[in-house]
Design a protein around this ligand. Structure first.
Ligand SMILES: NC(=O)c1ccc[n+]([C@@H]2O[C@H](COP(=O)([O-])OP(=O)(O)OC[C@H]3O[C@@H](n4cnc5c(N)ncnc54)[C@H](O)[C@@H]3O)[C@@H](O)[C@H]2O)c1
Ligand SMILES: O=C(O)C[C@H](O)C(=O)O
Length: 328
């Protein structure tokens, strides 16, 4: 028997990331090739944005996706989020050249307060939320705090793009296939302070750290390349990453929904106090997923350098949190 459709809300649906994301969701790349979806598409209530959204919906129609059960356009989160199973919160102002993601904090914080409240009011009590709009960790924190009746664990931020970027850099350096890399972690904030950590990474049980055996490369090439990749793309394209960001959002929800078969992936999740991260802070950590739940990998050894890096990115998150405290 065919599965019942799942309701998926996407905000910023007529934006750059939306244009790469919607077609793949409707194609079954996110929730499975046997899972019909109802797309609830939210854009700002502005004629230009709503017209652009109509155009995207015409194109979705023209794909005749068998799994696209229905779609609806919205200008208000209170209707868009009604009875949804998944929320992918993309809609926000992107940064331009010369800006840091935290420069977007004030502009975007209000959006996530309002959307958290709307989720709290009308979404399914089991709704799972991924925040993509920057600064993603703090926006997820704001949405979570604005939705006190929903489980805090269901609010997550996207670190998967950083995880995927780190996989590609490691694969190129060690001359290995991305698919074979196990146990990579990206700790902390989706910002240049993040800490991509391959101390535990291996290929068929063989340590990648030992294969590379180049601490200088780790510190002076790998960490800055992954940490500043978003900025490098903005410099090159004049626009922030879109297709790779959509791909990472698909990976994040796909794995949360369908499981990782024991493989570690990075998700920004509310801390339970482990690894010295204060409870509630949305922080990138290694997880595995099974039966629609993520499980954090516990008990990893944190050496002095890693502690320093993990505290550095934590301190930035604490500063961002202090900057929005008045909104909560
Ligand atoms: N976490 C990540 O890894 C990651 C990666 C890439 C981009 N981003 C972020 O994603 C966000 C979107 O990027 P983009 O390139 O698609 O931007 P974009 O400007 O092309 O699209 C954003 C869309 O969101 C809409 N929007 C704005 N406020 C809204 C609201 N309150 N409700 C609904 N829609 C709203 C806009 O009208 C616009 O169409 C930015 O904040 C960007 O920095 C995050
Ligand atoms: O860097 C940005 O502002 C966009 C996005 O967060 C990215 O990492 O590509």
């Amino acid at each position: 028997m065919a599965k019942a459709p799942l309701n998926v809300a996407i905000t910023g649906a007529a934006g750059q990331i939306g244009y790469s994301l919607l077609f793949r969701i409707a194609n079954g790349d996110m929730l499975g090739k046997d899972q019909p979806v109802n797309l609830h598409l939210l854009e700002i209530p502005d004629e230009k944005a709503q017209n652009a959204l109509k155009g995207v919906m015409m194109e979705l129609d023209d794909c005749a996706f068998p799994l696209l059960n229905s779609m609806s356009a919205h200008g208000d989160a209170m209707t868009a989020f009604k009875d949804i199973d998944y929320a992918v919160l993309v809609g926000a102002r992107p940064r331009g050249p010369g800006m840091e993601r935290k420069d977007l904090l004030q502009a975007n914080a209000k959006i996530f307060t309002a959307q958290g409240k709307a989720l709290n009011a009308v979404a399914k009590r089991t709704v799972k939320t991924l925040v993509v709009g920057n600064p993603a960790n703090t926006n997820a924190y704001i949405a979570m705090k604005s939705a006190p009746d929903l489980p805090a664990k269901n609010f997550t931020a996207m670190l998967r793009l950083d995880h995927n970027r780190a996989l590609s850099q490691l694969a190129a350096k060690a001359n290995i296939a991305v698919a074979d890399i196990e146990k990579l972690v990206v700790w902390g904030n989706h910002s240049p302070t993040m800490y991509p950590d391959y101390r535990f990474a291996n290929v068929a049980g063989k340590s990648i750290k030992e294969m590379i055996n180049d601490e200088e490369w780790n510190k002076t090439v790998f960490l800055p390349t992954v940490g500043k990749r978003g900025g490098a793309i903005i410099e090159a394209r004049g626009l922030s990453s879109a297709a790779s960001a959509a791909n990472a959002a698909i990976d994040h929800i796909h794995d949360w929904h369908l499981g990782t078969n024991g493989k570690w992936v990075t998700m920004g999740i509310p801390s339970d106090g482990s690894y010295g991260i204060p409870e509630g802070i949305i922080y990138g950590v290694p997880v595995t997923c099974e039966n629609g739940e993520y499980q954090m990998i516990q008990g990893l050894e944190i050496d002095a350098y890693s502690r320093e890096r993990m505290d550095f990115t934590l301190n930035e998150l604490l500063e961002e949190k202090a900057g929005v405290q008045d909104l909560l």
